[in-house]
Design a protein around this ligand. Structure first.
Ligand SMILES: [Zn+2]
Length: 295
């Protein structure tokens, strides 16, 4: 295990325990989440050694199941996913009309393929071999298994996206400084992450599925993610709620809490969280942030 003794955002050394969470999906081990007393940045601490993190991920079997279109639940999942891909491409179009786009953690390639069809030159990174193979077989995409961003040239990209990926990356500061190098002047980066300040997070407490310890190493809020990117010469341009994530996370959290599925309750909590997200400043279960590289 690695114990961080100071905050990676402000270097403050007063770290207070926020809560203990269980890894419900894989190891059933408990992990502690701490918040920085100075800047409020929140992270899993201690966390497994980088080389052991892979043991805490669900097996590759998960991907093959979710791409099987049989059954109402899978049909619904794929319909929502297709809709979500459309809104993601629309967001990209609204911030960068054309150019070279890098999707980090592109999975089975649905979003990257839609970007390619929308006229972008695309590159993808995906560590899972099975997901990469599907991206190649289904969409003929070229996806790298190399997660080291120094493989790219300076100012190579007009835009980068990370859909629920940044919270998994061990070297947070090094990675964000590398984004700055490989983006062109005024280049944009789209970051989607869970928001632990959301109402569904405070309702479910340690059962909130998006804590997802220990593979979620960092737990962002609007103010802390803005500060981290500000430290690396990026400014926040736009935020956008992820409405479907509130339902998905609430359904999963409900299952962790009571030990079985409860669609009606999970749906209701997701709905309430979205409504509170609209009328308050807490935000939704997950948020998309668009940052622009300063010059
Ligand atoms: Zn701090």
């Amino acid at each position: 295990m690695i114990l961080l003794d100071k905050c990676p955002v402000c270097s403050g050394n007063s770290l207070d325990k926020l809560l203990d969470c269980n890894d419900f999906t894989t190891s059933k081990e408990n992990f502690t989440i701490v918040s920085c007393g100075t800047c409020d940045f929140t992270f899993t601490n201690p966390r497994p050694l980088n080389e052991n993190l892979g043991n805490y991920y669900k097996s590759d079997m998960y991907i093959s199941h979710t791409n099987n279109s049989k059954g109402l639940f899978n049909w619904l999942y794929q319909t929502i996913r297709n809709y979500a891909v459309g809104t993601k491409v629309a967001l990209l179009k609204s911030i960068t009309k054309e150019g070279t786009h890098l999707d980090i953690g592109c999975g089975t390639g649905e979003f990257l393929n839609a970007c390619k069809n929308a006229g972008y030159a695309t590159k993808g990174i995906e560590p899972s071999e099975l997901a990469r193979t599907q991206a190649k077989n289904n969409y003929n995409l070229v996806v790298s298994d190399n997660t080291d961003l120094t493989q790219f040239s300076e100012e190579e990209f007009d835009s980068i996206s990370m859909w629920h990926v940044l919270e998994h990356i061990p070297n947070l500061n090094k990675t964000i400084s590398q984004f700055h190098k490989i983006l062109k002047a005024n280049g944009k980066i789209i970051i989607a992450v869970p928001n632990y300040k959301s109402w569904d997070a405070s309702y479910y407490k340690e059962f909130w599925a998006a804590w997802d310890v220990p593979i979620h190493l960092w737990h962002f809020s609007k103010s802390t993610i803005e500060k981290i990117f500000e430290n690396h010469e990026f400014s926040l341009r736009k935020t956008k709620p992820m409405i479907f994530d509130s339902f998905y996370v609430s359904l999963l959290s409900e299952e962790f809490k009571i030990g079985k599925k409860n669609f009606i309750k999970g749906f209701a909590i997701g709905l309430i969280s979205n409504l509170i997200g609209v009328i308050s400043k807490r935000g939704h279960s997950s948020t998309i942030y668009v940052f622009e590289k300063k010059n």
